[in-house]
Design a binder for this molecule. Structure first.
Ligand SMILES: [Zn+2]
Length: 395
């Protein structure tokens, strides 16, 4: 590409890149003009987020773990961490029982599935080791100057990783993020402190509520380890077949039922959901709720669930889940204004798109590193970064 495109064309491209990257952080004229194309034409948004939210997002992007440290001091205590830890343990225990009781899976594959659960890396609330920002200088002079300094800092951090062992304890999300993820290439689940807040989790609420909402989210992420894509990665995060041939065929036969079920759903007017494309999220949603229910049962230790306001724990479990889904559905289908994605495509959180794009991103980044094309690597990274923010948001 370097040889086939003229210097003059490269100059235009680089100028355009700099302007469109800087525009959201300059004066209102630039910000509005940038939103007119990037926000409305490309992302289909009706209105811009208020400035305080945009600045908050930039701070999270630039200094996520410094901001996160302050955030967890204020909003995430040991009591919450202990409670969520117990929930995760009960969810994994429910998974173990469920795997053992599957009559379509051989003993051989069950051993590998249990090993995958043994080796799962659990990240709860915030990282054990915080990023050191001392090399980054933030001043009161210029917003854009701070943003570029932060990007340079992140870029150098990434380059610094080349040739070194993978840091498996590094986080892919910042602590205040209201989201969660499963990463198949490292077999890890992460739940930032930001999602462990009302309305998803309440340290003062009873287990029926917490398992119905937070439990089903934990179950959703765990199930991603065994969905159509996660199932192809082994306990160490390698793309390696760990199922026997017959078991994997049994598994894919079962996923076909979910594909058919979602194919039948009408998303908008006469437009049907493409079950093949959404199966990962659908498997995770169904599996997550099922596992959370069994985990709730386990938390009762054989006792009957307490009756509250005339409802049993089991009833309150499902009521809590439905309330969350209803809120989510309304926000995604127009109530929120900012997100126009169909709930069927992103049910369970935007992280579905993020993780899928993440794999592609990793592959392309490795391609560039192999070819020593750091120049393209640099532009690609920032292009993808904006693409993700505009199309998938952060929730
Ligand atoms: Zn998901």
């Amino acid at each position: 590409m370097i040889n086939s495109i003229s210097i003059a064309e490269w100059k235009v491209f680089l100028k355009w890149n700099l302007i469109q990257t800087a525009a959201p952080y300059l004066s209102s004229k630039f910000v509005n003009e940038s939103f007119k194309f990037q926000g409305t034409v490309l992302a289909g948004k009706k209105e811009m987020k208020p400035r305080y939210k945009r600045v908050q997002g930039s701070t999270d992007e630039a200094l996520g773990e410094a901001l996160g440290k302050l955030y967890v001091e204020k909003y995430f205590d040991d009591k919450s961490k202990k409670r969520v830890n117990e929930m995760v343990d009960n969810l994994i225990a429910a998974y173990r029982v469920r795997i053992e009781s599957r009559d379509w899976m051989s003993a051989e594959t069950k051993v590998q599935a249990q090993l995958k659960l043994d080796k799962i890396i659990k990240k709860l609330g915030f990282p054990d080791k915080w990023i050191d920002y001392t090399a980054l200088t933030i001043t009161k002079d210029s917003y854009w100057k701070n943003i570029s300094a932060a990007r340079e800092f992140q870029y150098k951090r990434m380059l610094d990783k080349i040739g070194k062992p993978v840091d498996r304890m590094e986080w892919g999300m910042t602590p205040p993020t209201v989201n969660a993820y499963y990463n198949p290439t490292s077999n890890e689940i992460a739940f930032p402190a930001g999602i462990m807040q009302v309305p998803f989790f309440d340290v003062n609420a009873d287990d029926a509520f917490n398992y119905g909402v937070m439990g089903s989210i934990i179950g959703h992420e765990l199930t991603h380890g065994f969905d159509d894509q996660g199932s192809q990665f082994d306990a160490d995060g390698n793309l390696k077949m760990w199922w026997t041939e017959t078991d994997y065929k049994n598994f894919t036969d079962k996923t076909k039922l979910i594909i058919e079920q979602f194919d039948a759903f009408v998303a908008i007017d006469t437009l049907h959901v493409k079950g093949e494309l959404t199966q990962g999220e659908n498997i995770a949603d169904l599996g997550g709720l099922t596992m959370a229910y069994y985990a709730y049962q386990k938390s009762l230790n054989g006792k009957k669930s307490p009756l509250m306001a005339g409802f049993t724990g089991e009833q309150r479990f499902f009521l809590a889940w439905v309330r969350r889904k209803k809120k989510f559905f309304l926000e995604r289908r127009g109530g929120g204004g900012e997100k126009k994605k169909s709930v069927f495509f992103f049910c369970g959180g935007g992280e579905g798109g993020f993780v899928k794009l993440g794999k592609l991103k990793i592959l392309i980044i490795f391609f560039f590193i192999k070819k020593n094309c750091f120049f393209f690597f640099f532009f690609f990274f920032f292009f993808i970064f904006f693409f993700e923010i505009f199309f998938f948001g952060k929730s």
